[in-house]
Ligand binder design. Structure first.
Ligand SMILES: *Cc1c(COP(=O)(O)O)cnc(C)c1O
Length: 378
C-alpha cells in the first residue's frame, strides 16, 4: 500500500459553488483558477464547469497555456497581463484576454505589431494600492487605448482590499472612486468587473444591476464577477455573525485525509514530539497520522486544532512535523491503526484550521503537495 495521505477533490461541489457565485452576483462570472486552481488542479476544475463557465482567470500566460493545451476553449483572462512584449504573439494566438494594470504595459501594447486586436481589462487602483492605474491616469489611458487597432474591447476593472471585512468603509469608498472616475468617460455598453468572492457574498452593491447599474452608470451592459476562494468552498466571510446563514451555502471541494499509522498511550506528565511542546495532563492515547507540513498541513497549527477520526471530532496535539502529526485519541476508543483522519473537508472546515494556524484557507489549499490527488464527479 502507498502512503495514505490523499486530497479528494469533488468536482460536483466545485460546480455547485460556481453556480452559487453566479446566482448571487447575477452577472457573468470568471472562475478564478490561478495557482493551479488554488491547489485543486486547474485542468480538472476548468473541465468540470467548461460547458457553463463564462470564462476563467489565471495569473499568467503559463497557466493559460496549460488550459489551452488541455482543450479549454472558453475565454481566459490573465490577471497580471503580460510581463514582457515577447508574450504578446502567444496571447494573440491563444485568444487570451489580459489585464492592463500599468502604463509600461500600455506603451508596449500600443507599440506592438499584432495580427489581431486584444480584449483588455483596464485595471484601476481605486484604493487597494497594489496594481492598477491611478484614477488620474485611468481615463487618459482609456482614451489612448479605445479604438486603437491593437485593442478590440476594454472592460473596466478594479479590485477590493477589504471586501472580507463587512465593517470596513473602504469597499464603499473604492466603489465611489471607481464610479466617479468612469462616469466621466460617459461610454455606452460598458462592461465592468469589481467583485471577488467576498464582494459577491457580502457586498450587494457590487452585484449585477444593484447599486452600480441603477445609480450613476446606466450604460453598463455586463458586470463580471471574479470569484476564487468561494468556488473551493471556503467562505471568506465565515467569521461574520450576520452571515451565519451562509454556512451551508458553499460545499467544501477538497477533503484532505490520511490514516493513523501508530498509536501509544502516554501517562500524565509525559511529552510528545519535537520540542516536547505537549505534555499530557492525564493518561492520553496518542495517534500518529501520516501527514505533515511537507504535505501542506500548517506547522503553525496549535494543540487543539480540530480534526476528525473515523467521523468523530478530536484535536491536534504537539508539534506538526514534516511527515507526521499527532492526534488525541483518548475519547475515541474505536480508533485503531488505519483509521481515517480528516485534516480538513466536510467535518473540519479549512477556515478553522487556517485561523488556528494564523493564516487563511487560500494558503492552506495552495500549499497542498506530495499527497495523492483523486477526483470524483457526479
Ligand atoms: C485572485 C483574484 C480574485 C479572486 O479572489 P477571491 O478572494 O479568491 O475570490 C479576483 N480578482 C483578482 C484581481 C485576483 O487577483
Amino acid at each position: 500500500m502507498s502512503r495514505p495521505a490523499i486530497a479528494h477533490i469533488r468536482l460536483d461541489a466545485f460546480r455547485h459553488n460556481y453556480r452559487i457565485a453566479k446566482q448571487f452576483h447575477g452577472g457573468k462570472a470568471l472562475a478564478v483558477i490561478k495557482a493551479n486552481a488554488y491547489g485543486h488542479g486547474a485542468v480538472q476544475c476548468a473541465k468540470a464547469i467548461e460547458s457553463e463557465a463564462d470564462g476563467f482567470a489565471v495569473a499568467a500566460i503559463e497557466e493559460a497555456l496549460q488550459l489551452r493545451e488541455a482543450g479549454i476553449t472558453a475565454p481566459i483572462l490573465l490577471l497580471e497581463g503580460f510581463f514582457e512584449a515577447a508574450e504578446l504573439p502567444d496571447i494573440v494566438a491563444n485568444n487570451l484576454w489580459l489585464v492592463i494594470h500599468h502604463l509600461w504595459q500600455i506603451e508596449i501594447l500600443l507599440a506592438a505589431k499584432l495580427t489581431k486586436p486584444l480584449q483588455i481589462w483596464l485595471k484601476m487602483d481605486s484604493g487597494m494600492h497594489r496594481v492598477g492605474l491611478s484614477p488620474d491616469e485611468y481615463n487618459r489611458a482609456y482614451l489612448r487605448l479605445n479604438n486603437h487597432p491593437n485593442v478590440a474591447k476594454i472592460v473596466l476593472m478594479s479590485h477590493f482590499a477589504n471586501a472580507d471585512n463587512l465593517n470596513s468603509a473602504h469597499t464603499q469608498q473604492q466603489i465611489e472612486v471607481f464610479k466617479q472616475t468612469v462616469s466621466v468617460l460617459n461610454i455606452n455598453n460598458t462592461e465592468i468587473s469589481l467583485a471577488n468572492s467576498a464582494a459577491v457574498l457580502g457586498w450587494p452593491q457590487t452585484r449585477n444591476f444593484q447599486g452600480l447599474a441603477q445609480q450613476s452608470l446606466p450604460k453598463i451592459v455586463t458586470q463580471w464577477s471574479r470569484p476564487g476562494i468561494m468556488l473551493y468552498g471556503a467562505n471568506p466571510l465565515y467569521t461574520n455573525a450576520a452571515l451565519a446563514n451562509q454556512k451551508e451555502l458553499l460545499k467544501p471541494v477538497m477533503q484532505l485525509t490520511s490514516r493513523i499509522i501508530s498509536m501509544r498511550k502516554i501517562t500524565k506528565g509525559e511529552a510528545i514530539g519535537y520540542g516536547s511542546i505537549f505534555t499530557a495532563e492525564c493518561d492520553t492515547m496518542v495517534g500518529v497520522v501520516a501527514c505533515g507540513y511537507a504535505d501542506g498541513y500548517p506547522r503553525s497549527a496549535v494543540t487543539g486544532t480540530p480534526m476528525a477520526v473515523d467521523g468523530k471530532m478530536t484535536r491536534l496535539i504537539g508539534r506538526v512535523s514534516m511527515d507526521m502529526l499527532f492526534v488525541d485519541l483518548t475519547d475515541i476508543p474505536i480508533a485503531t491503526i488505519g483509521s481515517q483522519v480528516e485534516l480538513w473537508g466536510d467535518q473540519v472546515p479549512a477556515n478553522e484550521i487556517a485561523s488556528s494556524a494564523g493564516t487563511i484557507a487560500y494558503e492552506l489549499f495552495c500549499n497542498v503537495k506530495r499527497v495523492q490527488f483523486t477526483y470524483t464527479d457526479i
